[in-house]
Design a protein around this ligand. Sequence first.
Ligand code: SAH
Length: 276
Amino acid sequence: MITFVGAGPGAEDLITVRGQRLLKEADIVIYAGSLVNPGLLKLCKEKCEIYNSAKMTLEEVLEVMVKGHGDGKEIVRLHTGDPCLYGAIREQMDELKKLEIPYEDCPGVSSFCGAAAALEAEYTLPGISQSVVITRMAGRTPVPEKEAVRSFAAHQATMVLFLSTGLLKELSAELIEGGYNEDTPAAIVYKATWPEQKVLRCTVGTLEQTAREADVTKTALIVVGEVLDGTYERSKLYDPTFTTEFRQASCSKKELGQTGENQSTEMRQEAEGQSK
Ligand code: SAH
């Protein structure tokens, strides 16, 4: 069996319990050496064969998988964060499918979650943004024109940009062209959850300068949006004046000293949805 495993964002203890077990049991591990913390490989058996895919082509990775599978070995393909984001797993899965080699996917903690933890941020604050756009600037891998950063920026939702640390000047320009004010709060999180993590708070207009001053050129995420700053509404779900599927309202807005209109049916339904 081949298992694609999410290694988590960096810290050795941020892999899942399942991922940890799979690493311990593996006969072969092919890890994405450019980003996966090599400390995780300490979990492997002494006899485990270890390959660094940073130096391999897709064909070479598949060759190791096919041979290992033929020899009845347990194989882990270790990707950074969660493999579903910029992990290039689909092309591996499709080839394995053609060869009728079974595989599974074990999720991991993506770096965008690690960055939120580093920032002590909630990406979806009531009254500010209820959506997170995960995207990247076009680099050597192009981005479809209809997904240009500027078109997402028009929504003013929280944005998390992968693989864009080398293009911060262009990124600021795109964000501003799309409608973000240059004073909009932003952050650069370098190596989230690694011991050498850096959290740099700045604005949309100062991204490039901030990265330059801190000497950050790669392995960083850019987070943009008002959720990094400013005011927000408290949640309906934990509001004492609010009834949900699991809890009756314990007091009225008047008792709580809240002003504003009565809770609408729509808001009540929304909270019920959230609590499911
Ligand atoms: N699948 C991974 C992303 C792989 S793409 C995930 O879910 O996180 C590689 C990019 O992810 C890097 O260029 C960087 O932008 C980001 N990245 C990965 N690990 C990171 C970390 N610990 N801190 C900040 N950014 C990280």
